[in-house]
Design a protein around this ligand. Structure first.
Ligand code: G3P
Length: 217
């Protein structure tokens, strides 16, 4: 499973990228707002920093305006993925922008039918929002499983990008179900390394080592 980082914070992306943990980056209007940065400037910096796809989201609601915004965002760098919402206008924009050779991430997906129609419109990535489904007491992972089945049934090339990931369990469940990509905030990616038995075991090893009186260096 590829790891995308869901943030527009350059320092956090750089730290994870140095460890080889970043296959791509996703941003959205809320994350740009949180960063306090200009969308064009910060997106360019991210694209310069990493090799993989960097999702930048349109904010227009009409298809023609989305297409114009998407074309402008796509000019930032070769690794831009234009992100459009899963509306009828967004699907029209997806069809045009992907037809022009751009990567397109169709976002705010909450149903298998939405994922099916996005694949038909030529989406490079579909972004089902797991956490926001969990928020309303619907198991977001069921949606990942359904989309996996549908895409495999018909050999759709659209990649499943599990989004709105809030926990380490979301990451492992998405991987078990065969999501192609998971995009997660940096803190969730860092937590993947944690286990209380690792901490306990290390403390015991270090305590015993101290008793030997030895040094390696
Ligand atoms: O990738 C989409 C993500 O940013 C949304 O996450 O936690 O706001 O639902 P969340």
């Amino acid at each position: 499973m590829k790891f995308f980082v869901d943030t527009a914070e350059i320092a956090e992306i750089a730290e994870l990228n140095d460890l080889g943990m970043v296959d791509g980056v996703t941003t959205n209007p809320s994350l740009i707002m949180k960063s306090g940065r200009d969308i064009l400037e910060v997106t360019k910096e991210i694209c310069d920093l990493i090799d993989g796809p960097v999702s930048a989201e349109v904010v227009a609601v009409e298809a023609d305006d989305m297409i114009a915004e998407g074309r402008k965002l796509a000019k930032i760098a070769e690794n831009i993925t234009v992100k459009v919402p899963l509306t009828w206008a967004g699907l029209k924009a997806c069809k045009v922008l992907s037809g022009e050779g751009n990567m397109v991430n169709v976002t705010l997906c909450f149903s298998a039918n939405q994922a099916l129609i996005a694949a038909k419109a030529g989406a490079t990535f579909i972004s089902p929002f797991i956490g926001r489904l969990d928020d309303i007491n619907i198991d977001g992972m069921d949606l990942i499983a359904d989309i996996r089945t549908i895409y495999d049934n018909y050999d759709f090339g659209t990649e499943i990008l599990a989004a709105s990931i809030r926990s380490v369990n979301h990451m492992s469940d998405a991987a078990l179900l065969g999501a192609d990509v998971a995009t997660a905030p940096p803190n969730v990616i860092k937590k993947l390394a944690e286990h209380p038995l690792t901490d306990k075991g290390l403390a015991a090893f270090l305590s015993d080592w101290k008793k030997t009186g030895q040094k390696i260096l």
